[in-house]
Ligand binder design. Structure first.
Ligand code: UD1
Ligand code: MG
Length: 450
């Protein structure tokens, strides 16, 4: 396997490097992303024992056997991603190295090296790298939420400084419906930096709180990554504006290897998982997506790809802000008799009586049909209801499901409802999943889960 991988990598990279055309660096990025994915695929299983020995592990809580699995596997994944980006760095400047006559002909600074573009790439890499470091610290030290909530904003500082010194635009394009009142562009001034900070914090944490079942963290990051790629390609091949094309090419250079390594990680994290991705991966993926959204100037479009995460975040707020009790784990519960997942519940008045705000929040959710109440007391007060996460809501309303089907339901039915409404992705994923499971069972590479 190793020799085949190296041989294939050398061959395809040589072919990509010798090929010359309008999008040479894009082709090289695609080839390098595939190689990065294959490297991640073959490296992760080799690291399992070392991670378990180093106590970087966790119990698979939704299996009867509660198997010990290596955690923080987002770290090697992110390292392979960074190495890929380091090796790729010269290629966006290939035209400049070869005489600068393609990219900069109509540029007033024709002939000078595009330092701003280099700065953009370096600041993005620094932000992603800092986030990986802070994510790893969280995995090792299990930092409290009140501190770690600010981690992404700190890691995003290099990016914002670059944006400011590079005279980044601080206006937002208004939706067509609001243009008669507010105009086409609204300048947010310094508030734009607050918006960027909040976007970075949101993207990183929202992936981490839509978590807890096999494949969901890597799966959602992959879905968003693919959506960004489709959006970028539409711009690159359909847009005559050079600046817009360059911004989306920049995004592709970061997202393609991300999708490459994440696909491999998902393969191993898919039900029945042989490893966990850890907070390192959640932070790494959130920051990578936020960075491309900001520097690619499509942060509002990016937020559309995050609609399920936005829902999950808003829905979680009463528990996140402690209006009602928030247990350490809000993931669904395993019914050992059926092997299916059920929604997990919370008893908001058990430890201490819930405050007025908590009561109001639950009443609003119940009125909206977004709360499943399991027990009332004689005065009609809620004694037990579902934990406020999208996963639990889906299980509460659609009934118990296997862990794998819950992941697929969230990734396809919910995520794709917003993004590719008529795409038969559910069936394709079921078919792929079935094929994968059959192949794995035939080759006896994975134990059948208990
Ligand atoms: C976040 C969620 C928490 C959820 C947890 C699951 C909030 C505020 N926090 O916490 O409710 O329970 O993620 O990741 O919403 N695990 C599994 N199966 C999986 C993935 C994880 O059993 O497929 C378990 C493992 O024991 C693993 C642990 O979850 O060790 C990881 O939890 P961690 O990432 O530390 O939780 P948080 O991110 O703090
Ligand atoms: Mg986590």
């Amino acid at each position: 396997m190793g020799a085949v991988l190296v041989g294939m990598s050398i061959l395809s990279l040589t072919a990509a490097l010798t090929w010359r055309g309008e999008h040479t660096s894009l082709i090289i990025s695609i080839v390098m992303s595939i190689i990065a994915g294959l490297c991640t695929y073959s490296t992760l299983p080799k690291l399992r024992d070392s991670f378990i020995k180093a106590n970087l592990s966790g119990r698979d809580l939704l299996k009867v056997s509660k198997t010990l699995l290596p955690e923080t596997m987002g770290l090697p994944t992110a390292i392979i991603y960074l190495i890929t980006l380091f090796l790729f760095m010269p290629f966006p400047f290939i035209n400049w190295f070869e005489g600068a006559h393609v990219v900069h002909e109509d540029d007033p600074h024709f002939g000078t090296f595009p330092y701003n573009k280099l700065g953009e790439i370096l600041s993005a890499m620094l932000a992603i790298q800092s986030m990986i470091l802070l994510g790893f610290a969280d995995d090792v030290l299990d930092v409290r939420w009140r501190y770690k909530v600010w981690f992404p904003a700190i890691a995003g500082i290099p990016l914002m400084i670059f944006y400011y010194t590079n005279k980044g635009a601080t206006y937002v394009v208004m939706p067509i419906q609001l243009r008669p009142y507010l105009g086409e562009l609204v300048d947010l001034g310094p508030l734009y930096y607050v918006y960027m900070g909040m976007l970075i914090i949101f993207c990183t944490h929202s992936i981490n709180i839509l978590a807890g079942i096999n494949g969901i963290e890597a799966g959602q990051a992959l879905v968003i990554g693919f959506s960004v790629i489709v959006n970028d390609l539409l711009y690159v091949f359909n847009n005559p504006d050079r600046h817009s094309v360059e911004a989306h090419l920049f995004s592709l250079y970061f997202v393609l290897p991300f999708v490459g390594v994440t696909s491999a990680l998902l393969w191993h994290n898919w039900f029945p998982a042989t490893l966990f991705v850890g907070d390192t991966f959640c932070y790494f993926s959130g920051m990578t997506l936020a960075v491309v959204g900001i520097l690619g100037h499509f942060s509002k479009t990016l937020l559309l790809f995050f609609i399920p995460q936005i829902f999950n975040f808003v829905y979680s707020c009463p528990q996140l802000f402690r209006l009602l009790e928030c247990p350490r784990h809000r993931m669904p519960r395993l019914d050992p008799d059926t092997g299916l997942l059920k929604c997990s519940t919370v008893r908001p008045n058990d430890k201490k009586p819930m405050g007025t705000l908590g009561n109001i929040a639950l009443k609003i959710l119940r009125a909206l049909g977004l709360l499943k109440v399991f027990e009332y007391d004689k005065d009609g007060k809620i004694i037990e209801c579902n934990n406020l996460t999208l996963l639990n809501l889906v299980l509460a309303y659609f009934g118990p499901m296997s862990e794998r089907n819950t992941t697929i339901a969230i990734l396809c039915r919910v995520l794709h409802m917003y993004q590719w409404p008529y795409f038969p992705i559910v069936d394709i994923l079921y078919a792929l999943d079935l094929t994968m499971q059959t192949l794995l069972t035939i080759s006896e590479r994975k134990a059948v889960p208990t």
